[in-house]
Design a protein around this ligand. Sequence first.
Ligand code: TA6
Length: 295
Amino acid sequence: MSVDESGPTRILKLKTAGGAECEIYLFGATVTKFKTASGKDLIWLSSTAKLDGSKAIRGGIPLVFPQFGQPIKEMAQHGFARNNLWEFKSEKSSDTCVSVCLSLDNTVATHEAWAFPYKLEFDIVLEDFKLTTTYRVINTGPEPFKFQSLQHTYLNVTDISATSVVGLQNERFLDKASADPSALNLDVRAQADIKEFTDRVYVNVNARNNTPIVVKCPTGDIVVHGSAYFNDPANVIPSDTVMWNPWAEKAKGMGDFDDDGYNKMLCIEPGLIADFHVLPPASEMGLVQVLSLVV
Ligand code: TA6
């Protein structure tokens, strides 16, 4: 691992013996790059993203906690985890992988509208064709708290018009782009294309089929496997998946989003967000994302 101290926020740079690369800003513990050993960039980052710590990074894998969206109006959209400086805890390497662990807790970041003791830990494991990111929420206080967490993954699909998503057939979703965002819909498509503004929450995807989502695109077949657990990784609990593309008009309306960026990206976001989750004291809920390229 090497560290780039030149910018306003430290950047950890990981590389495997096979040549895969990963970059992580300590600001928000935001993964901004995952390049496979075959040279394929699986992560999209806006060229106009703010990288100076002034706001959450547009692209990569921003981390959402303790809220998704803005149910607590006094708190920033998607909470405060993605716009605070995390601490580097440890690194490990072997012949086949390189990993780091980062953490954030309430002594660094909190909010008066959600003032509970907590710890977040984020493990990143880089292999030649796989990036495994495990996002743990730990209740370090004496009372239960409610939270939402999500890995807001921006995939580099290269060309959205040549992209389709497999693995969501027969899953139920909330359509935030519709007139009734609280209605549950059924996605019947074996292969879903994205031709317009798309903002969907697929609910409890892993409750039923535990199959990965495959994003078929010019970059290659990008496999996104999201799962969640309570206390023990073997104790799997249902989790959700968000699919988002802002499309042309909304992309133009965001100062840190390339105007044509919507043509090159698609967000597939594993999360615990369909509702708030209650976490008892001395307990943990983990959210695991395995990103890989089918070669
Ligand atoms: O994950 C989808 C979403 O909730 C969209 O509704 C949109 O708001 C997106 O997140 C980006 O949010 P941000 O606060 O990063 O601009």
